[in-house]
Design a protein around this ligand. Structure first.
Ligand code: BTN
Length: 266
């Protein structure tokens, strides 16, 4: 498989930003899933920061067994090997950490748009999905041996199946002028590296102000597996806090939907 983007360019861009991640980077035209590419590399000892990118995936996957479908060349599809050295129970909030890095890099390209995090793993603009995050881990004993942080970020307008098109958006639609995928990737990696360092050292606490500032659910009526109520924030273990009629519950897994009739609806 030939590299579409010179790995040396990625490494140089990372180094110019003071990153300790030097790749390797592999960028191919098509692959079944960059998650699998990264996972195989991790199993063979790839270091933290090794990144696998594709212009298209034939078996891209999202959370909860869903397929992740993007027309070739329209999205940044990447998976990066992480070696956080954490005990497995500390891992779940990592999807939020990755989401913050993706959100920040996207927001810098569309300064007029409100780019938000939808717990636990989506990045939204005006309620439509700009990006999704998928974290998969290999665990040995109680330790995380490697975590594969995958993200798909919609960059350019593309023809999508109607059900997906109705819920999706992209950077181009919001007037982004810089759609250069390698520099977008490097921005995300640099932002992830610094947030990951904080997360590994101190947990989610240092990132809570940023999460609060960009929490799409806060103040909105949400429904999920555990019932419904008004989202009131994210705690330092990465749970979504929901004020219900019976008190505040901390939702640790799953997804929530926004109730369009509830408070906070735009
Ligand atoms: C979701 O919103 O459900 C998560 C979507 C994650 C998609 C990305 S695209 C790059 C990487 N490779 C995959 O097969 N999935 C992730």
């Amino acid at each position: 498989m030939d590299n579409l983007v010179d790995p040396v360019r990625i490494a140089a861009l990372l180094a110019s930003r003071g990153s300790g991640w030097g790749g390797p980077a592999r960028w191919v035209a098509s692959t079944p899933s960059t998650q699998d590419d990264a996972r195989q590399a991790a199993a063979q000892g790839a270091p933290e920061g090794a990144v696998f990118v594709a212009d298209a995936q034939t078996r891209g996957r999202g959370r909860q067994g869903r397929a992740w479908v993007t027309p070739p060349g329209s999205a940044l599809l990447a998976s990066v090997v992480l070696r956080p050295g954490l005990d497995a129970p500390r891992l779940p909030p990592l999807a939020l950490v990755v989401g913050l890095a993706v959100r920040d890099a996207a927001a810098r390209r569309v300064p007029g748009a409100a780019v938000a995090i939808k717990w636990p793993n989506d990045v939204l603009i005006e309620g439509r999905k700009l990006a999704g995050v998928l974290v998969e881990a290999s665990i040995r004993g109680t330790r995380v041996e490697a975590a594969i942080a995958g993200f798909g970020l919609n960059v350019r307008e593309a023809s999508l199946p109607p059900d997906i098109a109705a819920r999706a958006t992209c950077l181009e639609r919001h007037g982004a002028t810089d759609l250069d995928a390698p520099s977008l990737l490097v921005d995300i990696l640099v932002g992830l590296e610094s947030r990951l360092r904080l997360f590994v050292r101190d947990g989610l606490a240092p990132l809570l102000p940023e999460l609060r500032a960009f929490d799409a659910a806060r103040g909105r009526r949400v429904s999920g597996l555990d019932g419904s109520g008004v989202a009131s924030g994210i705690d330092d273990e990465g749970h979504l806090l929901v004020q219900t009629d019976h008190g505040v519950i901390a939702v640790g897994a799953g997804e929530v939907t926004f109730d369009p009739t509830g408070p906070g609806h735009e």
